[in-house]
Design a protein around this ligand. Sequence first.
Ligand SMILES: [Zn+2]
Length: 334
Amino acid sequence: MITIPRYITIDNGIDALYDILLKLNLKNPLVIVGKKTKKYAPEFDYVYYSDINLKDEKVIKDITKEYDSIIGVGGGKSIDMAKYVAYCSKIPYISMPTTASNDGIASPVVSLKQPSSMVDPPIAIIVDMSIIKKSPRKLLKAGFGDVISNITAVLDWKLAHREIGEEYSESSAIFSKTIAEELMHYVLNNSSIKDFPEKLVKALIGSGITISMAKSTRPASGSEHLFSHALDYLKMKYELDIESLHGEQCGVGSIISSYLHHRENSLDKESMVNIRLSLKKVGVPTTGKELGFEDDILIEALTLAHTIRNRYTILRKGISKETSESILREAGVI
Ligand SMILES: [Zn+2]
């Protein structure tokens, strides 16, 4: 059974919300919001995501007792929390993103705890572009890194199908790859990219839907995501004060993964070069230094990326320290 959102609108924001609530016969939603994004929330009862104790499912159920739905308003965390609370309480949730830094705005994936888990996707996604356009540029740039990841994620998925017989869906793969390539070519072929925020939001929503279609994060998460997760792990391990975002790290991960796929002839040179050029044009970091990491951390991240989760990719059974260093040099990341 595949569940995908029933309503998606990126035009009218809050006005569309009331209409959609009516259509869905939802009368009493609870809003989950962040302190910075409270000003964008519709006028219903609300709770700050930071006040919800994740550890206790019973407390979560108590919070939602009187409500028939959840509305997540904000960046990644509010929407992630809305997904989890809705899942625990067995009620639907609506995603109202105030920025577009990753495909979590539309996907069924909860990333509050690692490893991430799969729940239902939002029943509706309501975007107000005037709010998205006001959000920090760094977040929107990171969103591009998360979209571009689809290209190498799909190559890794195909490789896993070929080499270890993993289940693979050509339609989900093509959908995911096309979304990323369309946005990439828009960025490369236009001198002014004034429609970028709107195209980015559409691409991230599309990516989220491919995850629902495939019932797996495979279409949007491969070795480039493993590399990003490895960086997150090392940030925690060494208590590094680096503010690189998921999508930014995935963008650099895509440069590494596209280089590896090009080396094995599963990606042509032009596509590999276009990935880097488009990231550069949008202003997403393309090197470890731009992300804020020392070389030795990047090398360590690449050596342990394959251990982060049970996912077969072009990293296969892992890469030695020496090879990692030469790959990162050849890919232009260090
Ligand atoms: Zn991602």
